[in-house]
Write a protein that binds this ligand. Structure first.
Ligand SMILES: *Cc1c(COP(=O)(O)O)cnc(C)c1O
Length: 367
């Protein structure tokens, strides 16, 4: 037996007929750019997230970039976020012309430590980007309260948290603008690049719509210099089919995660902590071990695929070598200890047991 990290083919097979029909529909329509399929998916996401506007874009990174632009963030501005995230969170800030400022994370949840947010705010701070990492929402009540006090925009990086809840509301719908990614391995994934921004603000929505299409509100009329960042009709059609299954998939992820957590209790690895303010959808199931590299090798030898999200914190990346950042002790400490175990809704309970048994065997050896 072996356990892959994810199995996208198995998910495709489970919806093959509907997805093939949707794709053929788009091909036959000859409407390949924006148009009805993109609008239909946007409307589905508006309903799903409980927001007034959803705007399909080319990627999660562009959703963040266009959100920052829509808020007027640019050169001279600072944006506070975390260094424990995918690189794109900070990349979007730099692409907007602004400067990222990193605060440390909470040691239990690996999410932004909201208590450190206020001291990171300066007269130049314009926005904050909390990241709902691994599928669990950051503490948005605390973050938005501080942001309002300092008149900062809140842009949620919900790229790993489509369908997650915070106090009954969807991640992404809690700040000024929420950003999603639909790359294939995300918990809602298309078959290529794709992203989306959601907002209740009419002005932000209109700006993002214009930015994504060359700054053009009407064909061949360009009000601003924008981007080529449209969601493909083909991706939208696939995502429309998949969105109808998302809640079911997220629920199965939770069940598999809770089984992992039960089996791994007292094993020696630290299992994920739910903060209890919402619903963690376990885009990733991340454990912590001081012997992480050996554990990874041990599992790999038994045919169990694991990954590290992420081995190098953003502020330690070569791309930021010339910048100065304050110490981020928790971010730095956990980067060498975290390990993502196989997690996808099609994995069986037996798969979970197999992985957990191997982890327990490793820990017993190492004691
Ligand atoms: C995937 C991801 C992104 C970027 O999304 P792309 O669609 O790959 O551009 C940004 N932030 C986080 C936290 C992500 O996981």
């Amino acid at each position: 037996m072996s356990v892959p990290f994810v199995d996208l083919r198995r998910q495709y097979r489970s919806l093959e007929k509907q997805i093939n029909a949707a794709v053929l529909d788009v091909l036959d329509s000859s409407k390949y750019m924006l148009g009805d399929y993109v609008r239909a998916f946007e409307q589905q996401m508006e309903t799903y997230c409980g927001v007034r506007h959803a705007i399909g874009v080319n990627s999660g990174t562009d959703a963040l970039l266009l959100a920052l632009k829509a808020c007027g963030v640019g050169p001279g501005d600072e944006v506070v976020t975390v260094a424990h995230s995918f690189f794109a969170t900070a990349e979007a800030i730099v692409l907007a012309g602004a400067t990222p400022v990193f605060v440390d994370i909470d040691e239990a949840t690996y999410l932004m430590n909201a208590e450190l947010l206020e001291q990171a705010i300066t007269s130049r701070t314009k926005a904050v980007i909390p990241v709902h990492l691994y599928g669990q929402a950051a503490d948005m009540d605390v973050i938005t309260t501080i942001a309002r006090r300092h008149k900062l925009f809140v842009i949620e990086d919900a790229c790993q948290a489509c369908g997650a809840l915070y106090k009954g509301r969807k991640a992404g719908s809690l700040g000024d603008i929420g950003c999603f990614s639909f790359v294939p391995a995300k918990n809602l994934g298309g078959y290529g690049d794709g992203g989306l921004a959601v907002t209740n603000n009419d002005e932000f929505a209109q700006r993002i719509r214009v930015y994504r299409d060359h700054g053009s509100p009407h064909k061949y009329h360009h009000d601003v210099v924008g981007y080529n960042s449209r969601l493909d009709a083909l991706q939208a059609a696939v995502l429309s089919v998949k969105l109808t299954k998302l809640d079911e998939w997220n629920e199965t992820r939770r069940q598999r995660a809770h089984l992992y957590t039960r089996l791994l209790a007292d094993s020696g690895v630290i299992t994920p902590v739910e903060h209890g303010l919402g619903t963690h959808i376990y885009h990733l199931y991340v454990v912590r071990s001081r012997r992480r590299d050996e554990l990874m090798k041990f599992l790999s030898e038994r045919g169990i695929a694991t990954l590290i999200h992420y081995p190098v914190p953003i502020h330690r990346q070569k791309a930021f070598a010339s910048a100065q950042f304050g110490p981020l002790p928790v971010t730095e400490r956990i980067a060498s200890e975290i390990l993502s175990l196989p997690m996808f809704p099609e994995m069986s309970e037996d798969n979970v047991r197999e992985v957990a048994t191997a982890v327990i065997e490793f820990c017993r050896h190492e004691r």
